[in-house]
Design a protein around this ligand. Sequence first.
Ligand code: MG
Length: 354
Amino acid sequence: MTKKSTPSLEGLACPIPLKEYPRVLMAHGGGGRLMHQLVERLFLTAFGSPELEARHDGAVVELEAGRTAVTTDSYVVRPLTFPGGDIGTLAVNGTVNDLAMCGARPDHLTAGFILEEGLSMKTLWEIVRSMRRAADAAAVRVIAGDTKVVDRGREEGMFINTTGVGKVEAAQPIAPSRVRPGDAVLVTGDIGRHGMAVMAAREGLGFENPIRSDCAPLWPLVKTLIAARLPLHCLRDCTRGGLAASLVEIAQAARVRIHIEETAVPVREEVRGACEILGLDPLYVANEGRFVVFVHPIQADKTLAVLRSHSLGVGARRIGEVTEAGSPRVTMKSRIGATRVVDLPSGEQLPRIC
Ligand code: MG
């Protein structure tokens, strides 16, 4: 399918001499010899695809006939590393997952790096290495990139933008416009882990059972759903704003009403506990390995069975349905039996989570 990138980086030390260049400096971003070091030694070693090796102004790739999905996202998570991943894993999985939500097989990625002066070169190498690991796991190649160094910020940080390109494999469009009254609403597993893993790392909270991010590439699961020829109407990953935001966004885009049952939404005990301590509602906490499925109700049980047959969807549950067309609204029957409206939070509940 895709041409192979350079060999694995496992165990490979930073190709830039750390004694000489312990930190990223503005001078590295000046287009001179230091930037050359960064690009030629660090990024090319890490991502060395034929397109990058061509050292051209842009990547020239052959696209398969049919529909192509394109998406872009910027990653600003703080801290850079958290249990279950880092900004590099996130920058790959977040973007390939948006392609997967379009029913597209992720093929190519571009990566833009904005590095703050003072960033440790060792940290940069570790993050780029885990990015490569995530790209291999998701079967995508980095074909173009850019690097800028900016003034020292409040922390020694970095930001990554990735753009993903993929071939749409779903025969029928998968989109909010296809959501219909009666559709079953499924979620692929327990929610809230990514946001809580990042919050715990940021706040230095040592929980008895450390929470790991659910960050994972979701295309293999989506591919399984497509292969089963299920009447999928829409998929949406539950990233920023959590499950609640995904449902509200779909309700608004499709102009429908959605009703869910709180008791049906899977939340792990440790996540529920951590949310209680921090005064958060797991419904609004970000995920990086979960998505909602809107499917024709006649195939809801089969869809659930297909999801559960895959390691990424073992915890899938049916959580509700699309009740009617009309002014968009999401409602939830709570644990105690009361029905309440699920709204978007007024501000950002958890900043810099992805
Ligand atoms: Mg998304």
